[in-house]
Design a protein around this ligand. Structure first.
Ligand code: AMP
Length: 281
């Protein structure tokens, strides 16, 4: 997770702001953010990211949030945050959701939709949002559409990141994360300097529970079973932007906006080159 968020302005300048804390999203139940995102000067951006686990949605979400000043709303992050809460505070639905996660299965639609509904104020946040990991099924997409209507807002675009299956499996099975500072490594593609130790904070690197090979295959099956109708749903609404996800995060980012501009001319102000860490051109 990046350490800075930036407000996008059409001239390509970014006004740095500390990262939004996402308390309202992560905790739900009417909790308020201590550090909400800084609203951009133009209209806030509201995007959905689709793509198989491991395709790089998280990195794209970080880049988009930095450049657009939006908040990263990931349902996987909500479940992981809830899993850290004391066992006694878990509802039976949440306990069942954790078991689904452990096996790499999708959590039932009803549980996920009520989790998002409880946080629907985040959908009209003045900073905008980048939804990552939701919706994953047509039922969730329909529920989201109703929630957005209810909040009086709409989606600007739905980016679908695509990579060949073998590459995704290789990426996920070799991924290691630092539970302390959230840095992400790969055993061969981006190894840490010292084996098993985070370069940034010295924390012990771990494999995410659902990145184990057996869970990866289950997740991929769940993904392929549900993605086609979801793509058709957004294609029909002319919101779908298909993005080949090979290359560096910056290349993928620029490709996404170039393709979005084909779908809807004028939709791609963020295509100006990323000025780099710290917002310095
Ligand atoms: P992610 O970090 O998005 O890969 O999510 C991690 C896990 O959380 C998934 O493998 C699912 O078990 C669960 N999950 C997250 N979002 C959803 C969703 N929208 N629908 C069903 N299950 C979800």
């Amino acid at each position: 997770m990046s350490t800075q968020a930036a407000e996008f302005t059409p001239g390509g300048q970014n006004h740095m702001n500390s990262t939004p804390d996402r308390t309202a999203w992560l905790k739900g139940g009417g909790a308020l953010c201590l550090n909400p995102p800084t609203p951009p000067r133009g209209a806030p951006w509201r995007l959905v990211l689709l793509g198989a686990p491991g395709v790089g949605k998280g990195s794209q979400a970080d880049l988009l949030c930095e450049r657009l000043g939006a908040c990263h709303l990931s349902t996987g992050d909500v479940f992981r945050a809830a899993r850290r809460s004391p066992t006694g505070e878990r509802s039976p639905a949440m306990q069942a959701a954790f078991e689904c996660m452990h096996r790499g299965e999708l959590v039932p639609d009803g549980t996920v939709v009520s989790l998002v509904a409880e946080r629907k104020a985040c959908l009209h946040c003045a900073g905008g949002f980048v939804l990552d990991g939701f919706p994953r099924t047509v039922a969730q997409a329909e529920a989201l559409e109703i929630m957005l209507e209810d909040q009086g807002v709409g989606l600007d675009a739905v980016f679908d990141y695509q990579l060949p299956l073998e590459e995704i499996v290789e990426r996920l099975a070799g991924r290691r994360i630092c539970p302390v500072c959230k840095a992400i490594y790969h055993l061969t593609g981006h190894p840490p300097r010292a084996e098993g130790i985070c370069d940034l904070c010295g924390g012990p690197l771990v494999q995410r529970d659902d990145d184990r090979l057996e869970a990866v295959y289950t997740r991929m099956e769940a993904y392929t079973a549900t993605i086609e109708p979801l793509l058709a749903f957004y294609k029909q609404r002319r919101q779908l932007v298909v993005v080949p996800a090979h290359g560096t995060p910056q290349e993928v980012y620029e490709r996404a906006w170039a393709r979005a501009a084909v779908l809807r001319p004028g939709l791609a102000p963020a295509i100006t080159p990323w000025p780099g860490p710290g917002g310095k051109p």
